[in-house]
Write a protein that binds this ligand. Sequence first.
Ligand SMILES: C[S@@+](CC[C@H](N)C(=O)[O-])C[C@H]1O[C@@H](n2cnc3c(N)ncnc32)[C@H](O)[C@@H]1O
Length: 238
Amino acid sequence: MTEALGTKLPAELDLVTLRKAYARWAPVYDLVFGALFDRGRRAAIAAAEQVGGRILEVGVGTGISLPGYCSHNRIVGIDLSEAMLRKAQRRVANLSLTNVEKLEVMDAEHLSFPDASFDVVVANHVISTVPNPEAALDECARMLRPGGEMILLSRIGADAGLRHLIEFLLQPIVRRLGWRTEFPWDRFARWTERQTDVRLIERRPMPPFGHFSLLRFVKCANGRKHDHRRPGAAAGSA
Ligand SMILES: C[S@@+](CC[C@H](N)C(=O)[O-])C[C@H]1O[C@@H](n2cnc3c(N)ncnc32)[C@H](O)[C@@H]1O
């Protein structure tokens, strides 16, 4: 039905639109989305801490999660938006967060770290905002050492019905805000299905509105999707 409706407005996200959107969000982001997504962020941090070690936060934004990590883990944050990262850098300095190894401007779809550089990859409210979510998922998975986990907080849109129609119709409008309304579970399901060495191990509904989920994926040894939690250590891990 959505295909039949069509639209003349662009619905897809691009890097220029995203940079502009998050430059506008940066000054007010924490105020608007701090408390709203707090429970999900705490759950994501707790899941990351269960594995621990060297943690990559993709789309770290204003660094709102950074104070939540234990001091013995090492955190690397990347984000497309310089304006958001400047807020994160200020937070790290103000709170003397010595566990933050570095913060860098980088595109989630083209991560410059070598394979298996991290024990955990966290991406909170990011995957549904990037132009090519599947490319970002591929990159996040590439970052993990065997046994490492990818932890995502994501909006999950409806697969069909009235809610899906509304999400589809809103998409050309909300893209300028820097995210997608239309992001059905099917996209994660199809990506997961294609993976030979990444397995979904948890999907937990998260507030607000029941439209969000915490997802946990584990990286198995090459081509061994059913070997869960094989031992290993990330390159550069303590
Ligand atoms: C909705 S905010 C989430 C920020 C933070 N993770 C949080 O939990 O609040 C999305 C973040 O993803 C970043 N982002 C969007 N597209 C990106 C990309 N292709 N590569 C890296 N970061 C990206 C944005 O700049 C923004 O900081």
